[in-house]
Ligand binder design. Sequence first.
Ligand code: LLP
Length: 413
Amino acid sequence: MAFHRAHGRLMVEGVPLSDIAEQFGTPAYVYSRAQLEANWKAYNTAFGTRAHRIHYAVKANGNLALLNLLKRLGSGFDIVSGGELARVLAAGATGADLVFSGVGKSRTELRDALLAGVGCINVESAPELNRLAGLAAELGIEAPVAFRINPDVDPGTHPYISTGLEQNKFGIPMREAPALYREAAALPFIRVKGIACHIGSQLTDLSPIADTVARVLALASEIEAMGIALEHLDLGGGLGIRYKDEQPPAHADYVRVLSAIPDRYEIHIEPGRSIVGDAGVLLTTVEYLKQTPARHFAICDAAMTELIRPALYEAWHGVELLEAPGESGVAATYDLVGPVCESADFLAHERELSLSAGARLALMNAGAYGFVMASNYNTRPRPPEILVDGGAVHQIRPRERMTDLFGMERPIP
Ligand code: LLP
């Protein structure tokens, strides 16, 4: 494991995290190159010689340095905005490496995607198909298309990160899909490539994925019976990670479920969390210990602005001291909170820890949906991002400066 303890100190690869906290200050995000690469390779190895393509979901963590490392491994990228398109191109990807997902793509985004030559656009509605067909004809560029269907499968995860149920805004209802495929196949600048879906995130059970595969295969047969050829089936992202006591499926078992897909289709997946989640931590320092009649609070220098997952999904992240607590530590059951003026501003509830003011902590498994969801609320600069590679420490994004926060604002005359 890239994050481990040696002589009581929490390490990332060969480097004590307290050294990084000392050098760069806190809060700070720290990533492990070895863990990132091992996670990507675990999927790739599980597929073996089976034709497949891994499109890393950039939304989970879009730092250029991480994208560039994944590109070097041979990864493709799943993007959801014009911003992510520009980002992956800046990181060294080419259009063919990309699949463009998302329920509300603008004209500008679709045009830019066509001009970049993206490998596939996952279309989510009939109006989007019309818009895309119009732009493609205007530009004289053939648009490679899959429809993201909504298989109406309950992924058994948090409602905010479930996407494949009929009541969700995502995808095209199964029964409407064949007619859309027929329409698309007849359009001059549309080239049908495959079927896409994504039922949700942090999946810890393979049975909804198996159900989804079965439904997608049934639809594929129906479409091919109409004489429309399909090259790939995209099963989306979603494999969970272990935050607390979850038991996410092994890569090999996941790929075994996907292997119900006949060999003539290339299998595409779009993992995000399971590539970067356990490859990153958020470092924070305890500013104050505050005891009220009801609670022991550890007030930290990181907040919901750096890691919003606890506030937004009541997500649980492990908390680890960077160094053994020492004499001054006070053992209690703590609520870890930040300085932001919101009662939802917490990082962890009810943790048994021995803390003192100045103690440094790591919030574990914060590599996915951490920095990317950070905000400047309360005019707080976003933290630096540090990438460790063996014994080498690289700052891949500095802490934001005050001029980054309000330098673009203008008082009126
Ligand atoms: N593909 C599509 C179309 C998606 O919508 C997503 C995630 C993924 C792939 C990647 O899913 P993953 O492998 O990371 O589970 N902010 C939430 C998670 C939102 C996921 C949104 N879609 C969180 O912090 O838990």
